[in-house]
Design a protein around this ligand. Structure first.
Ligand code: ADP
Length: 495
């Protein structure tokens, strides 16, 4: 038996998952690491915490599995996206802590770019909506704030990288300074059409080109694991952003295929093939993966509050004691009784984009109870996902026949059935809940010839099927109610 090792470096934990030739999980190890909040709205990670937790989970998983390292054919790396690091090219020492994607500190720099009329340039070339999430202004901030950094960057003494670059640089013998096209596509510096760094945007953010990594394919050998780690120099053969890995792990290889991950938030991606779709609905255009120099494009939309609203019911409202209990409580009523919950706790994302929207419960009657509110919260996850899906269909002209799902809240059968009902689309749940890690493993396995792309399709196993059962008239009425509820939530906060 041969194996692939997947490193899944996430926002709160570093995971390592060992897969066998059938794509089955042989062993998994996960280590949490500290989140640093030095000021309100700021989020940082210590680069050595990222590295050490990833290294430890890598060693642990191999030890646990009792697999001999010589049977591990390749390592794939998938990572939290956009999080920004800069280190010294010679010593490898980081300039400062990593600025995490969630960090809002560079919002004023983004405003400046928009005032300078670069909003449309960013949309047109990078596919992104200008935002502090993306790496560009985070690099700019580090170079501006750390004494001497700008000059050192101009002299070629510094390396910028996202987490994939940082891990590759530190875990391999060759120490290459690389990133893959999916990670590059989240920097707000990469022209996704020309597949190259954009000089105009670099100039606008005062970032010297010398600091940037070389952009490589998503699948391909970038180096070899240092021998001291496992005693073998195993090829590192894939770098890929986490959501892109999940799209691949869900085997959404054809244009029009969609996956939705139900975690704290929801991340929906649609494969649009060789066609980059420019969204009219505030979705992001990105690169699903790049194989043999050819990008496969994708549309991406996210829902800010998905599982988070269930946590809110549990922690703040005390209506349930565990997230899983939401299903039982929702089942105590036949429907939500006309109650809608719009969880716009931090505003509304795509396609609405209203940062002034706030959470709302509408349609309450004297008979409304806990069951209705809990059910409405679950339904809100499905309604918001439909909002994103409809936008994708409108923008791309592609109509998916199936939504492939994963993530913690996808275990909720009531929610999945409602998702199928309210979209009129079949929902298929993957048997493997580690689709992100699986995607990275598949991409690495592809690079070393362990699988062909055709064989990868056979690795996907179904763990649940939900067919739409709702009558079309009822679907339209219920969705119309949701849209009216969203209108009530909009434009509420006075900032
Ligand atoms: P993340 O990777 O964002 O931390 P996970 O994929 O681990 O998320 O999913 C956790 C989220 O899913 C939590 O917000 C939790 O409330 C929600 N969740 C987990 N199980 C269920 C369930 N059975 N029903 C509804 N929500 C659930």
């Amino acid at each position: 038996m041969k194996y692939i090792l997947s490193l899944d470096q996430g926002t709160t934990s570093s995971r390592a998952v060992l897969f066998d030739q059938k794509g089955q999980v042989v062993a998994l190890h996960s280590i949490e690491f500290p989140q640093l909040f030095p000021e309100p709205g700021w989020v940082e990670h210590d680069p050595y915490d990222i590295l050490q937790s990833q290294l430890d989970s890598l060693k642990q998983v191999v030890q646990k599995s009792a697999v001999h390292p010589k049977d591990i054919m390749a390592v794939g790396i998938t990572n939290q996206r956009e999080t920004t690091l800069i280190w010294d090219r010679v010593t490898g020492k980081p300039l400062c802590n990593a600025i995490v994607w969630q960090c809002r500190r560079t919002a004023p720099l983004v405003e400046r770019l928009k005032q300078d009329g670069l909003g449309n340039v960013i949309r047109d070339r990078t596919g992104l909506i200008p935002d502090a999430y993306f790496s560009g202004t985070k690099i700019q901030w580090m170079l501006e704030q750390i004494p001497g950094a700008q000059e050192r960057a101009e002299n070629g003494e510094l390396c910028f990288g996202t987490v994939d670059s940082w891990l590759t640089y530190n875990l391999t013998e060759e120490k290459p300074h690389v990133t893959d096209a999916t990670n590059a596509a989240r920097t707000m510096l990469f022209n996704i059409y020309e597949q190259d760094w954009d000089e105009m945007l670099l100039r606008a953010m005062n970032i010297p080109a010398l600091i940037l990594p070389k952009v490589v394919d998503t699948s391909g050998i970038v180096g070899h694991l240092k021998k001291e780690i496992l005693g073998e120099s195993i090829p590192v053969a894939a770098l890929v952003g986490d959501q892109h890995a999940a799209l691949f792990g869900q085997v959404c290889f054809q244009s029009g295929m969609v996956k939705n991950t139900y975690g704290t938030g929801c991340f929906m991606l649609m494969n649009t093939g060789s066609m980059p779709v420019r969204s009219m609905s505030n979705l992001v255009t990105t690169i699903g993966w790049r194989l043999d120099g050819k990008p496969c494009y994708a549309l991406e939309g996210s829902v800010f509050m998905a599982g988070a609203s269930i946590q809110w019911l549990r922690d703040e409202m005390k209506m349930i004691s565990t997230s899983a209990e939401s299903e039982e409580v929702a089942k105590t009523v036949a429907d939500s009784g006309g109650v809608y919950l719009v969880p716009a706790f931090t505003g509304l994302g795509a396609p609405h984009w209203d940062m002034y929207a706030r959470g709302t419960i509408v349609g309450l009657t004297r008979g409304a109870g806990r069951g209705h509110v809990v059910r409405a919260a679950l339904e809100s996850i499905a309604y918001q996902s439909r909002d994103v899906l409809d936008a994708m269909i409108r923008d791309s002209g592609l109509k998916p026949s199936v939504i492939r799902v994963d993530g913690g809240a996808s275990r909720n059968n009531l929610l999945m059935q409602f998702q199928a009902d309210i979209t009129g689309t079949q929902v298929l749940r993957s048997m493997n809940s580690e689709t992100t890690a699986l995607g990275a493993a598949m991409l690495a396995g592809l690079a070393v010839g362990m699988w062909t792309q055709r064989q990868l399709e056979e690795l996907w196993l179904q763990g649940g099927q939900f067919d739409p059962q709702m009558d079309g008239g009822l679907r339209a009425t219920m969705y119309n109610g949701w849209q009216r509820a969203v209108e009530r939530a909009k434009d509420w906060a006075e900032l």
